[in-house]
Design a protein around this ligand. Sequence first.
Ligand code: AMP
Length: 509
Amino acid sequence: MITFQDALSRLLCPTAGRADFAPRPAIIQARAADGSMPDRAVTYGQLEELVGRAQAGLTEAGVREGDTVLLCAPNSPELVAAILSTWRLGAVALPVDFRLTGAEVDNLVARLEPRAVVSVEPISQRAVTVRLGALPEAPAGFDGRGLDRVSQDGLALVILTSGTTGVPKGAVHDLGSLINNVSELAATFGLRADDRAFLPLPTSHIFGMAVLLAQLLTGGCIVLSDFHPADFWNTVTRLKVTMVVGVPTIYGALINLPSPPANEIPVQQYLSGGAPLPVSLAHEFEKRFTRRIVQGYGTTETKILCFNKDGPPESVGRPLPSVVIEIVDQNDEVVGEGDSGEIRIAGPSLMKGYLNQPEASAQVLHRGHYHTGDIGYIRDGLLYISGRSKEMIIVAGNKVFPSEVETVLRQHPLAHEVAVLGVPHRKLGQLVKAVIVVKSGELCDLLCGDEAMKKQAKEELNARFREFCQQHLKRELRPMEWEFRPISCPLPKTLTGKIDKKQLEATPA
Ligand code: AMP
């Protein structure tokens, strides 16, 4: 495998030592869906220049080794360059959700004290802004000298956890472990320099960041684009995309859309991560597009852990070479093959801890292991995830994983989206509640009507879903409370398309 220094040099000085890469496309920013901006290709040579300009911008803003740089902007070649230039300076990149408001960014600035904020327009009242559209010219002659001083162990990246309530925690990663993780991802996934990867995911999420870096390390091309379902196939065929990197909601949307015939689609590989991929969706997708979706698993705290290239779609696959995945019981003892327990991770991919939160770090990191809070089992070397321990519902002592119930409810012909959660109950402790977004049609229309129509639709839906559950679910798994929404009222999602259950609990329709 590639050494740290070589990988660092390829990423931070893309053409140093490989001048033949200069004319090759590194990043294509796909045109805006409204046609306001054309496709824009940036070669490795131009990326190198942009990294130099971003470095100059950060230096002007006073950024020095060890400082933190908060980056709040949608994906663009300039944003990528700004992240890379942060590491050239030995500083720490803190990419955040580009949809944050000015007040939210200011809160983070007050808490995390970055030296500068990188954004499209000035967004923070409290920090120096480096504007991506107005990067200064780079001083001539930066050729990567000094990169040998960039430390493997120094802090390099902070990714905020996706917790939607309370204060998000910042998982801290060093450059050595980040580069090791993305090199392993590139090598085991088999990324190639002639790949073009469609990436609609933000760099503020570890999945988007890891794939971006893996692709640049390999010398391939990244296609940065928002996901516009109606424009998707046009974009991938126009830009000759060979690989799509998405989250399950994206693949769910594609299933419901017209598409070109499978033999006219240039995509060879589909990768999904960030959230469970429903098995029914995996099957349907493969049938329709004649290619399987490769499902990966990772967390903000551990980076990319495994992916499933050839196992059954229920599994998230085998670990990357240096990742150790074990299943443990409540006493932290490793359980036997096929037995269920908490998924525990060891190896160099682990974060160093949460930024300035030693207690929260100690809760999840013990003696070189990260405790994911995910429950699963390993069979024939393949990892299977049953659900998250925090989401487990306990109904009169019976343990229910929402995903078990969701998998069944999703098969109902009227179900468009499904979420299952536990709600407090005086006698039973908790009970199972199902929230269903109903597919368009007569009942969906009635749900949008007046009170009498809504009542009629809910009674009918209640009866149909209850009957379905009697046929397909064990008694203790059957929801006792139901909420039905029309298709115009989708479930709330996090940036990576995970159903945001905390928001769902806080604001029932
Ligand atoms: P995040 O740190 O926001 O990326 O969330 C990580 C969590 O997402 C994991 O601990 C899992 O609960 C969940 N997750 C990620 N990928 C998968 C997957 N392929 N299948 C099931 N759960 C997943």
